[in-house]
Ligand binder design. Structure first.
Ligand code: ATP
Ligand code: MG
Length: 424
């Protein structure tokens, strides 16, 4: 019978990979908590309508990437393709947003039906941040300072660069959209097929088309910046000043528009050249209109999401993973002969009580002395603790240093102290 395989683009994260994942997750949550951000956990499934209304009907995600299904009640549900919509829904539902300041973060799997390739999967993981109730450029700057710190903590600061833009207000964008459509409509036959389609549905997305002919056509197109109103201009200038003061380097990219409808004013991406085509490791921006659009009262908001798989790939590629991430076992406890197993388990428990930061493995499954020692060696442990009939009779443990092969008989009463010294 054919064996059942995982779904294409949905990966198992295997035991030899999870230490790196845990290291990155722990580093991220440490920095986020240190800035006063609080974790929120939302369901993985939401009503389809939520994503249609927030991400936008004519975006790639809603048009062709969502995992949507009918549940047994006939309701249309969707596996979340991103976290912002659910976070706003939860905040609104529980009264966390109106007239309040919130700094929130979340992590977990997201689902998009894309073509799987390196750095692009159908189930992937994000760490996301959403801030509510702050309209000024100071919180925009805080988010960028915080991400810059995350890169330093993970040792990838030299590998990522910041791209920054402003999309202005909804009115600014509407006026710009008209001008851009006028310009491109007159040159329609020179546009690639995708962009021709977007001309009617989502013309701003044409700006980040990867097709060279389309890009050169855009050289002389009207520029978004010329349509940005005074308020948004000054918001952006102030953000730039704060970043300059903080010593954060960035590149203003007037073509950066982002793929979701809800963004306005500040948008940004942290990009690396080390991962090929899937180079954006973190992306976000301001979405001041979204809460109101979902039926709440007008609440300024800004957020970003990092792609965990891309961060993992980046750390693997440039090799900044500390040795301690792949820590082996410290102690391996062997039981020799009938009746020794109970005592050996007692010794292991005693060591776990006294040395909670150490990894203590109890040998299970019996076997000869030779085969148990082989397992001890393979575990990477520094010390093997051997308990046989003699040791039980004398209330001691044989402690073998697996590096030097030195072995000594140690009374139970001095076992913890001896192990602590040998390991330090
Ligand atoms: P891209 O341009 O790479 O498709 P996006 O604009 O669709 O990204 P966002 O929706 O802003 O991405 O998601 C934020 C981050 O999540 C991305 O910068 C990326 O790191 C990660 N990400 C998005 N889609 C995927 C995916 N299919 N597989 C792995 N990571 C992803
Ligand atoms: Mg995408």
């Amino acid at each position: 019978m054919a064996k059942i395989q995982a779904i294409r683009g949905m990966n198992d994260i295997l035991p030899d990979q999870t230490p790196l994942w845990q290291y990155i997750e722990a580093s991220l949550s440490r920095v986020l908590n240190a800035y006063g951000y609080h974790e929120i956990r939302m369901p993985i499934v939401e009503q389809t309508e939520l994503f249609r209304r927030t991400i936008g009907e004519v975006t790639d995600i809603v048009e062709k990437e969502m995992y949507t299904f009918e549940d047994r009640n006939g309701d249309s549900l969707t596996l979340r393709p991103e976290g912002t919509a659910g976070c706003v829904r939860a905040g609104e539902q529980h009264g966390l947003l109106f007239n309040q300041i919130q700094r929130l973060w979340y992590t977990g799997p997201m689902f998009r039906h894309e073509r799987p390739q390196k750095g692009r999967y159908r189930q992937f993981h994000q760490v996301g941040v959403e801030c509510f109730g702050m309209s000024g450029p100071d919180i925009d700057a805080e988010l960028l300072l915080m991400t810059a710190r995350i890169w330093r903590v993970l040792g990838v600061a030299g590998e990522v660069r910041l791209e920054l833009n402003t999309l202005g207000s909804a009115e600014d964008r509407a006026r710009y959209r008209d001008a851009l459509v006028d310009y491109l409509e007159a040159r329609r036959d020179q546009l690639d097929e995708d962009s021709q389609r977007r001309l009617a549905t989502n013309p701003l997305r044409i700006l980040d088309s990867k097709v060279p002919e389309t890009q050169s056509l855009l050289e002389d197109a009207p520029a978004l910046w010329d349509f940005i109103g005074d308020d948004s201009r000054s918001h952006f200038e102030q953000l730039r000043m704060l970043l300059d003061q903080a010593g954060i380097n960035y590149h203003v990219n007037p073509r950066l528009v982002r793929g979701l409808d809800y963004y306005g004013r500040t948008v940004f991406e942290w990009v690396t050249d080390s991962l090929g085509a899937q180079g954006t490791v973190c992306a976000g921006g301001r979405y001041d209109g979204l809460v109101e659009q979902l039926g709440g009262r007008s609440t300024p908001a800004i957020g970003f999401a990092m792609g965990m798989e891309r961060l993992v790939l980046l750390l693997e590629t440039i090799g900044t993973v500390p040795d301690s991430v792949n820590a082996d076992a410290d102690l391996y406890v062997l039981a020799m002969g009938e009746g020794a197993q109970g005592t050996a388990m007692g010794v292991a428990e005693q060591l776990r009580d006294a040395l909670p930061e150490r990894v203590v493995i109890s040998h299970c499954g019996g076997g000869s002395f030779k085969s148990q020692m082989k397992k001890a060696d393979r575990s990477g442990a520094r010390l093997a603790l051997i308990i046989g009939e003699n040791e039980i009779a004398n209330d001691e443990v044989a402690v073998k240093d697996l590096g030097s092969a030195d072995q000594q008989q140690v009374p139970r009463s001095r076992l913890v102290e001896t192990c602590r010294n040998l390991l330090s």
